[in-house]
Write a protein that binds this ligand. Structure first.
Ligand code: ADP
Length: 541
């Protein structure tokens, strides 16, 4: 027997409709690419998203077609997502930090029919457009006054493009399982893989973000998502924030410490989300200029491990840190570090030990850790194994690789991460399976060593890689970027770590560099780093 409730498909336009109707005047503020701060609201965003939808239809874009966006977080990019999905087409977020050849590769794989791009990226696309024949038109996210002279095919300014229709348009209706968004994983090994979100998965995930113990997005908040819309579905914030009716603050192209600090303060931001490298820039700015935060009270930090020293920096200033873990394949949030009631009395070091973990699974994410034979391991906080996940907003197949099985016999997806889960359900990432250091048959967590090293007051960034050792197979090498104007002594560094980790985890050597390579999503690029140190010989070898 079926229930007798209404059929109300979980489609993304319902979110912007709700925001416009219930929170129509709520502000959407952007540091525009052209320069000035731009202000609009949800009513206008919806009106203009309808024009985008109508205009796309006029260009022949229909259900299932892919439309690329190559853009920063701005109100126009937000309108574009709702407009594209409102005709049943698919927004394909292109990460501008990819190499031009990779951009051409994913555009061709996706067969994007149009591309909406920021002024910043016009030269980039002019250089690769010949390799992207599927794109019929480039819409530049600006107005006529700022439109550059460009050789991009059928180029038009976004404002002129949407002015060609009257906005008298109704969203299309289709099944909630229809594809909505496409995001390629950065593919540090092999070709990039396309994760294809549906309307249903995005709406379900957006609802999660509005739970107090998940991202805690609320109508009372002013929210600055620094995590770009081209990185892992912007952690769902492009949907959760309007869904809740919060004030939306968008950073545009400027993610440096000074620009982020200014927006946090002038727009009364209460909640923000970004990867550790971005927070590092903010922290350095605040320390150098001796300035403090006045309205911010929560931050979500994820994408790579958040070091305890970063958590302390914020919490000392009254800002609660929610450490989160997830991946593109998971829409992307899997766990969040909100404190469960049974741990509420913890203080000091004990509380920090929980906060440094990646957190407990949110609703609709099932987790397990297994050994290599897929036997489940206990949740004792000690045994670590492969982390596998299951849920309605987690990938089942990759785009155009539908014949490739990516789930185990129980329907779980292997995240490629190695983790422990404690009796309270808190998961802690030990490493990515490919980055863990295998020393004499035992595993050493590069993340733990990095977290410890960045706790040193003169260290700006640290990375640990395994290097070949004749006796132990691999031993850890610590690579450090000192803070501007600081010099660190190798032995002093090792002494700083001594006693805080097991003896056999101690790095065999320390190397100082000016820069550590990063991936397109802001993570330490271990592959590249290993390459850079491929001829390096450990003194112990
Ligand atoms: P990409 O792999 O393209 O850089 P993703 O954002 O999908 O982009 O990366 C997901 C991976 O990032 C996870 O599998 C995990 O290894 C790592 N990661 C994400 N959040 C955390 C975190 N809080 N702590 C440690 N690792 C993290």
């Amino acid at each position: 027997m079926l229930g007798l409730m209404q059929d109300w498909p979980l489609l993304l336009y319902k979110i912007i409709d709700h925001a416009a109707q219930q929170f129509g005047d709520r502000e959407v503020v952007t540091r525009s690419i052209e320069g000035p701060i731009h202000r609009t609201n949800y009513r206008e965003v919806r009106d203009r998203a309808l024009r985008v939808a109508q205009r796309l239809e006029k260009d022949g874009i229909k259900l299932g077609d892919r439309v690329a966006t190559l853009a920063w977080n701005t109100w126009r990019h937000l309108e574009a997502w709702y407009g594209i999905t409102g005709v049943g087409a698919v927004y394909h977020t292109v990460n501008p930090r990819l190499f031009p050849e990779q951009i051409a590769w994913i555009v061709n794989h996706a067969q994007d029919r149009a591309m909406l791009l920021d002024l910043t990226f016009v030269p980039l696309m002019e250089a690769v457009q010949d390799k992207c024949p599927s794109i019929e038109r480039y819409v530049i996210l600006t107005d006529k006054a700022h439109m550059p002279a460009t050789k991009l095919k059928n180029a038009i300014a976004y404002e002129e493009w949407i002015a060609e229709v009257d906005g008298d348009f109704a969203w299309k209706d289709f099944d909630e399982n229809t594809a909505a968004g496409l995001c390629y994983t950065s593919g540090t090994t092999g070709d990039p893989k396309g994760v294809l979100y549906s309307h249903r998965s995005n709406v379900l995930h957006a609802l999660q973000g509005c739970m107090k113990d998940t991202l805690s997005v609320s109508a009372q908040d002013s929210i600055l998502p620094i995590v770009p819309m081209f990185h892992a579905n912007a952690w769902s914030l492009a949907f959760s924030v309007p869904l809740a009716g919060a004030k939306f603050v968008l950073p545009g192209a400027k993610l440096d410490g000074a620009s982020v600090y200014e927006l946090l303060e002038t727009e009364g931001v209460t909640l923000s989300a970004a990867v550790p490298t971005v927070w590092l820039m903010l922290m350095q700015h605040m320390q150098a200029n001796k300035v403090e935060l006045h309205t911010l009270n929560r931050v979500v930090i994820g994408g790579s491990a958040c070091p305890p020293s970063m958590i302390e920096f914020f919490e000392e200033r009254g800002v609660t840190v929610n450490h989160a873990w997830g991946m593109t394949e998971m829409s992307p949030i899997g766990t969040i570090g909100a404190i469960k009631p049974q741990l509420a009395a913890l203080k000091g070091k004990d509380l920090m030990a929980i906060k440094a973990k990646q957190g407990h699974a949110i609703f609709a994410v099932e987790m397990k850790i297994t050994d290599d034979e897929n036997n489940r391991l206990p949740w004792d906080g000690v045994k670590f194994g492969r982390l596998k996940v299951k849920g309605p907003a987690i990938a089942r197949r990759y785009f155009k690789r539908e014949d490739e099985e990516i789930l185990d016999e129980e329907g779980f997806f292997d995240t490629g991460d190695v983790a422990t889960i404690d009796p309270n359900g808190y998961m802690q990432i030990t490493d990515r399976a490919k980055d863990v250091i295998k020393s004499g048959g035992e595993w050493i967590s590069s993340i733990d060593l990095e977290n410890l090293a960045v706790g040193h007051p003169d260290v700006a960034e640290a990375a640990v890689i395994g290097v070949v050792h004749p006796k132990w197979d691999e031993r850890p090498l610590l690579v450090i970027v000192p803070k501007e104007g600081k010099e660190i002594d190798r032995d002093a560094m090792l002494k700083f770590m001594d006693g805080k980790i097991a003896k056999w985890w101690m790095p065999d050597d320390v190397q100082f560099v000016r820069e550590i390579p990063h991936t397109a999503t802001g993570k330490i690029n271990k592959l590249k780093l290993r390459e850079e140190f491929k001829d390096y010989k450990l003194p112990s070898a």
